[in-house]
Design a protein around this ligand. Structure first.
Ligand SMILES: [Zn+2]
Ligand SMILES: [Zn+2]
Length: 110
C-alpha cells in the first residue's frame, strides 16, 4: 500500500466583508474521527493544527489527536489508550448496539 501525503479536500478563503480583502486562506480537511473541518492556514503544516492518525492514515483534529494519545479522556467512548475511532466506526458501533437491543427484545418475546 502506498501512503502519500493527504491532499486537501477543500480550500477556504475568509474575506473581510467590510474591506473585501482576503483575511485568511486555508486548506481544509475533514477530521476522520469526528468529522470536524480542520483549517490549515497557508504556511502551516497539518501537524501544527492536527495530526495524522496512524490507525486510519487520515487527518484528524488536535482534539482527536489528544484523545488518541490519551492526553485527554474520550467522553464518547470508554476506551483508553491510543484509539482510532473513525466516524463510520462510531456509527457502526451504534447500529450494532441497536441490533443487539432488538435481538434481546425479540428473545424476550416483545
Ligand atoms: Zn476530530
Ligand atoms: Zn484513526
Amino acid at each position: 500500500m502506498l501512503i502519500g501525503k493527504p491532499t486537501p479536500q477543500g480550500y477556504a478563503v475568509i474575506t473581510n466583508r467590510a474591506t473585501g480583502r482576503i483575511e485568511k486562506e486555508a486548506d481544509t480537511y475533514t477530521c476522520s474521527h469526528c468529522q470536524r473541518i480542520i483549517h490549515v492556514p497557508s504556511g502551516k503544516k497539518i501537524e501544527e493544527v492536527g495530526d495524522i492518525c496512524r490507525g486510519c492514515m487520515a487527518v484528524i483534529c488536535r482534539r482527536c489527536s489528544d484523545i488518541r494519545a490519551g492526553r485527554i479522556p474520550d467522553v464518547a467512548s470508554s476506551g483508553s489508550g491510543p484509539v482510532c475511532v473513525t466516524f463510520m466506526r462510531k456509527i457502526e458501533a451504534e447500529e450494532d448496539k441497536e441490533a443487539r437491543r432488538r435481538d434481546l427484545l425479540r428473545s424476550m418475546g416483545i
